[in-house]
Design a protein around this ligand. Structure first.
Ligand SMILES: *[C@@H]1O[C@H](CO)[C@@H](O)[C@H](O)[C@H]1NC(C)=O
Ligand SMILES: *[C@@H]1O[C@H](CO)[C@@H](O)[C@H](O)[C@H]1NC(C)=O
Length: 205
């Protein structure tokens, strides 16, 4: 459900792109599997006329003025809007309400991710005091967003760096253990970067 919503939301928000990029007609071809088979059937059986108009890549201003503008179409969305409207018209309310609930969850996900992520203060401490600039740059590349709340917070870095008795005491590990830890760190950060790159590719940004 979540994935389908993503696609539908992407389609709805990409109207403008579709017309800006010389009327590209590459949308409505791939769907996430959960509801994709339904949208495909709707496209083939109920929205043939609208889809053909979209594929033609030629905006028909007469059509826009006479019909589509009353459906919410505008010059920039003249081609994609009739198809999307038609798909929504032919989708059952049950599925639409499912997608709407998924959209709520998707809406709060970026905020949750941002709060879970490292703060600027944490990464900059690692950069300067931890002397791990390359790791920090990789972490920045692999982070979907920065933490907006904690950016306004001020914690005294000198307080944090003071030696404490209750701190975690690491045993004196041999060198090879340190190498393995560094390797694991870089594997995790590489996975984070690949994740972001895949997302960017999938969303077509
Ligand atoms: C969509 O097309 C199918 C098959 O042609 C038809 O049975 C169905 O009634 C159509 N749906 C609507 C809402 O017109
Ligand atoms: C444009 O749309 C109008 C109204 O739907 C239609 O009569 C006309 O044939 C269309 N023109 C083209 C070039 O498809």
């Amino acid at each position: 459900m979540t994935h389908t919503t993503c696609v539908l939301i992407a389609v709805v928000f990409l109207f403008h792109n579709s017309s800006a990029s010389a009327f590209a007609t590459k949308q409505f071809q791939e769907w996430y599997p959960e509801y994709g088979f339904m949208f495909k059937r709707i496209l083939e059986e109920n929205c043939t006329e609208q889809y053909q108009y979209y594929l033609s890549g030629q905006k028909n201003m007469t059509r826009l003025d006479l019909y589509d503008q009353w459906d919410g179409s505008s010059k920039t969305s003249a081609l994609a809007q009739p198809v999307a409207s038609c798909i929504l018209r032919n989708t059952s309310d049950w599925i639409k309400s499912g997608m709407a609930s998924a959209a709520v969850l998707l809406g709060v996900t970026p905020a949750i991710l941002a709060i879970l992520g490292p703060s600027i203060e944490e990464t900059s401490s690692l950069f300067i005091f931890g002397s791990r600039p390359f790791l920090v740059m990789c972490l920045a590349l692999g982070s979907p967003s920065i933490n907006p709340i904690r950016a306004m917070e001020y914690r005294k870095p000198l307080e944090i760096l003071k030696p404490r008795d209750d701190g975690l005491k690491l045993p004196n590990w041999p060198d090879w253990v340190h190498h393995i830890i560094v390797l694991i760190e870089y594997l995790l950060v590489a996975a984070a970067i690949v994740n972001i790159a895949t997302l960017i590719h999938d969303l077509g940004l």
